[in-house]
Write a protein that binds this ligand. Structure first.
Ligand SMILES: *Cc1c(COP(=O)(O)O)cnc(C)c1O
Length: 231
């Protein structure tokens, strides 16, 4: 077994220890396509990129069996380039305004996608100004707008980026779980049908315990990134 495969299997075991079904999304920013294919061969099925240019360049070079999520901040004027440039994009995890949702809707229609584009509403659970995302209390209204006005999109759940020291401050993740209940009731769907994307290399086990359904792990899979990628 390769070292990468052994690392992935160890991480999957740690996630499974939470006793829940949790997706290990591999964050591949700065990672070349050959290593993404190696991670796919080792059992990862969902991958995340955070930059439009990098996603457009890399994703076509990786096996089409990979499922892709966009996890970076997306400016409204880049929505079209992303959706047109990555026809097999499964989900945009970082929708934080009705304006961005509307642009993604237009882009998905223009691209003639066969399937609805999945979206997560990004919530700023820490209140830090540097973080993107809607305030927790605004998440139900944004989810409702997408469900009512963006038929080419499907609201799959919520995403947050916790604080760096969140393991000592679990309130960020508990907050997202409570936002899920409010969004579920606004959409009139059971809370269990909504995904919670939370947890990264430093905090995925705690996030898993607090109800995460998808952890986004980069450096713990691929090692330290070779050049710093802006968050
Ligand atoms: C880079 C990134 C991650 C993964 O970070 P690691 O600490 O390398 O696991 C997760 N989520 C987002 C949004 C990221 O940009």
């Amino acid at each position: 077994m390769t070292e990468l495969a052994a690392t992935i299997h160890r991480l999957q075991d740690r996630i499974r220890a939470s006793g829940r079904e949790i997706t290990l999304l591999a964050v591949t920013k700065t990672i070349p396509p050959e290593r993404v294919d190696a991670a796919l061969a080792a059992g990862i099925t969902v991958f995340g990129e955070n930059k439009v240019q990098e996603a457009k360049a890399k994703i076509p070079l990786v096996s089409s069996r990979a499922h892709w999520h966009f996890i970076g901040h997306l400016q409204t004027n880049k929505a079209k380039a992303l959706v047109a440039g990555v026809p097999n994009l499964a989900c945009v995890e970082t929708v934080d305004s009705a304006k961005l949702a509307d642009k993604l809707q237009q882009a998905a229609v223009a691209a003639g996608r066969a399937e609805a584009l999945g979206v997560l509403v990004q919530v700023n659970t820490s209140g830090e100004e540097s973080k993107h995302g809607v305030a927790p209390s605004d998440a139900p209204a944004l989810a409702t707008h997408i469900a009512a006005s963006c038929p080419a999109l499907t609201v799959r759940g919520l995403m947050t980026i916790g604080m760096p020291d969140y393991t000592t401050r679990p309130e960020n993740f508990l907050c997202l779980a409570s936002v899920r209940d409010a969004v579920a009731s606004a959409l009139a769907v059971p809370p269990s049908t909504l995904e919670l994307s939370m947890g990264m290399s430093g905090d995925f086990e705690a996030a898993a315990e607090m109800g995460s359904t998808s952890v986004r792990v980069g450096s713990s899979i691929f090692g330290a990134r070779e050049y710093p990628a802006a968050a």
